[in-house]
Design a protein around this ligand. Structure first.
Ligand code: SAM
Length: 229
């Protein structure tokens, strides 16, 4: 599973990976795994992890650095990386298999459809890692911390669930905190510069591909943790 492969070869391999589940038609809430169609809503533990441990999502996972590295560091949890881009998740899914991480899986779908694939209360914790900041005027509704997404997370998460947002975009960071305040959601932690005054030796120090690109130009990684209720 070395690099240098074309997209088609990656897609073919992705379809054979036992830890990958894909929603090929966004108009239909159907998933296909390596063994064919599979219904996972409310059944991730019964059919995939089989260990009764909490389920943690990494949204906009890209290559899935958080799903893989947290999965390795915290075997007491299960992790699911979620993204629409199969060629990106190919990297993380392959690493999880190579490293024998039975507590790490990947779901290829649009985040907007999450409640088709998870039952109420099935999710314990959510990470959102370097999501697109959608900076254009009027595009705020597309941010993964917009009220409509928070409402969606509330539908699938446990009452005590938390959301962890890591971004290098100061506008998204501040706007997300303000959104929490407007919605009355408790902000549990806010770090404006992880590598200067955060805890970079723990989970917050896991570096993702987009973090390295420094697209925002801030050269600063920020963290926001908030409760969903
Ligand atoms: C800026 S990248 C960050 C990827 C990765 N977390 C990282 O830090 O390297 C944003 C990711 O969000 C995914 N994405 C954007 N909108 C999405 C949606 N509505 N549903 C699923 N994935 C989405 C993109 O495919 C992309 O991989």
């Amino acid at each position: 599973m070395a690099g240098g492969k074309g997209k088609q070869a990656k897609f073919a391999e992705l379809g054979q990976m036992p830890n990958v589940f894909q929603n090929f038609d966004y108009k239909k809430p159907e998933l296909v795994g390596a063994n064919g169609p599979i219904e996972l809503k409310g059944k991730w533990d019964e059919l995939v992890f089989k260990n009764g441990k909490p389920i943690v999502l990494e949204l906009a996972c890209g290559r899935g650095e958080y799903a893989v590295n947290l999965g390795k560091a915290f075997p007491e949890n299960n992790y699911i990386g979620i993204d629409i881009k199969g060629n990106r998740m190919y990297t993380g899914a392959g690493q999880a298999l190579e490293q024998g991480l039975g507590n790490v899986a990947f779901l290829r779908t649009r985040i907007e459809l999450l409640d088709h694939f998870f039952a109420p209360g099935e999710v314990d914790t959510i990470w959102i890692t370097f999501p697109d900041p959608h900076l254009k005027k009027g595009a705020e509704k597309n941010r993964l911390t917009a009220p409509r997404f928070i409402e969606l997370y509330r539908r699938i998460a446990k009452h005590a669930a938390t959301v962890n947002l890591k971004t290098d975009d100061p506008i998204l960071h501040t706007w997300s905190a303000e959104t929490c305040t407007e919605l009355g959601l408790p902000i549990l932690e806010r770090i404006d510069d992880i590598y200067k005054n955060g805890r970079p030796d723990g989970p917050l120090g896991i570096k993702t591909y987009y973090e390295g690109l420094n697209i925002s130009g801030s050269n600063t990684s920020m963290y926001l943790k908030f409760a969903l209720h």
